[in-house]
Design a protein. Structure first.
Length: 491
């Protein structure tokens, strides 16, 4: 098993270095695609092993992979594969439009694969401090990707991203130190002298309650910055907008999951130590506020990718509320929402990338008549919008309904009302903006070649949306058992 995990992690590292060294464009594209496909197969194999043999401990407990870890690894692998496929189309068009030089092209593939590697490592790590170090490595790798197309705006976005997220990680590190301190107060009967997730969870009853309360708030603020949870979200619209669309998909549909994963690990320890009431309240407050900010951003945004960034902020809020509500329906809904958002948001960013290459703008007001110019992309983008706002048979309809059902079950009627109002606002706003782009009348002066780009531009949109629709009709028993098993781990 050790060899398998090492090979699994070496694959993207190998693809990164060889792509950069070989200096062959087609080789870099297809090597990355092949690497991501192998990692996707490996992620399914890890999941299979976890479901049959429970938690895997390697290297004296430094690596611990349970069902929750395997789930995040799988979501990351899905986005890595889809973004690798779409990246072939996107990067070729970027070179044709002279938005990118050959050097920037090879640097993109160097850091793209390294970014995937850092996200694969994070959920495998059993130590809180090492996890935070890896999260900071994701920042370094992805900041180079944000400036793949070197412009004044992309440099500003990357700089803003580094400053804000690094400040957040510093707060998370302080929270981690307090977690350790809570188990090592002088004179305490039992010292908790390890920062391993598994050890801290088993010994949570020995942690100081008052310190835990403050430490968890710092964790939510710190890692919430990485997950783009409001009000720590301000880096996300700029970074998502300026990064190449495959990178935007990785940031939104993958990196946010990795950060949420960390918050929920700390959440489980806090709940086991002082009861789940307090950390649940913190998550609900943070989630509701994030949904509100996300909705406001969706309503007032005029850029395609900034619109999708605020949609991600909203969805991270929904996920956070689901975990905060707890229970079977709330936690199951939050986990399923992570999957649904991964599938739908990847497709939407790919569609936004196609719009950018066809219309040479991100301004929603200037993108009209997509249906007449790019019928396949238009259909898939419309389907993605419907999926993203939870129109059945989208899997996001099931997840959001489950979260609302949990709020009703627990008697939190004010949460039910707020979620319903917020989701209705997102429904109206996102649908109207999508409709104006897809079915609006093109400018009479606009002149471009009709037709969709080659299949690599829309097949990566089709695959996740097909999965989302299928899961909206039927959730396989294996997926249900996996999510149920994760609920047991969290609670």
């Amino acid at each position: 098993m050790k060899i398998f995990i090492i090979v699994f992690l070496i694959i993207p590292l190998f693809a990164s270095l060889i792509s950069f060294i070989a200096k062959n464009k087609r080789f870099a594209e297809y090597l990355t695609l092949f690497s991501s496909f192998l990692n996707l197969l490996g992620a399914f194999l890890i999941l299979y092993l976890i479901l049959n043999f429970k938690t895997i401990f390697l290297f004296n407990g430094a690596i611990a992979i349970d069902k929750f870890s395997a789930y995040i690894i799988l979501l990351t692998a899905i986005v890595y594969f889809l973004s690798s496929m779409y990246g072939i189309s996107y990067m070729r068009l970027a070179l044709e439009d002279e938005k990118m030089t050959d050097g920037e092209f090879f640097r993109y593939y160097l850091f793209f694969n390294l970014f995937a590697l850092t996200m694969f490592i994070a959920p495998m790590i059993n130590n809180m401090a090492v996890y935070l170090i890896d999260i900071e490595l994701t920042t370094i790798a992805s900041s180079f990707l944000v400036i793949s197309e070197v412009t004044e705006k992309s440099i500003e976005a990357a700089w803003k991203y580094i400053l804000i997220v690094s400040a957040g990680i510093s707060l998370a590190l302080l929270g981690t130190i307090l977690f350790y301190l809570s188990g090592n107060i002088p004179g305490s009967a039992h010292a908790v002298s390890s920062l391993d997730w598994t050890y801290m969870r088993l010994n949570a009853g020995y942690l100081n309650e008052n310190i835990l309360r403050f430490a968890f708030v710092l964790i939510v603020i710190g890692l919430g910055t990485k997950a783009a949870i409001a009000p720590m979200h301000t880096w996300a619209p700029d970074a998502y907008s300026e990064a190449p669309s495959p990178v935007s998909a990785m940031l939104s549909a993958s990196l946010e999951n990795v950060a949420i994963y960390g918050i929920i690990r700390y959440f489980g320890i806090t709940g086991a130590g002082i009861g789940f009431g307090y950390p649940e309240t913190i998550l609900i407050i943070a989630g509701i506020f994030s949904i509100f900010i996300g909705i406001m951003g969706i309503i007032y945004q005029r850029g395609t990718k900034r619109l999708l960034a605020y949609s991600s902020i909203e969805h991270m809020g929904i996920i956070t509320v689901g975990f905060g509500l707890g229970g079977v329906f709330g936690t199951f809904g939050a986990l399923l929402q992570m999957l649904g958002h991964t599938l739908a948001k990847s497709s939407m960013f790919f569609g936004a990338g196609n719009f950018l290459h066809k219309f040479k703008t991100k301004d929603i007001r200037k993108i009209k008549g997509v249906f007449y110019l790019m019928p396949v992309t238009a259909f898939l983008f419309s389907l993605g919008s419907a999926s993203l706002i939870g129109i059945p048979p989208s899997v996001l309809f099931i997840s959001e309904f489950s979260i609302i059902l949990q709020s009703l079950k627990d008697g939190y009627y004010w949460i039910t009302v707020l979620l319903t109002v917020f989701l209705a606002a997102a429904f109206i706003s996102l649908l109207s903006k999508t409709g104006s782009m897809v079915f609006g009348k093109p400018d009479d002066n606009f002149n471009c070649e009709k037709g969709d780009f080659p299949p690599f531009s829309y097949v990566p949109m089709l695959l996740p949306l097909a999965a989302s629709v299928i899961l909206g009709f039927y959730i396989p028993a294996g997926l249900h058992d996996l999510l149920s098993g994760i609920i047991d781990i969290i609670r």
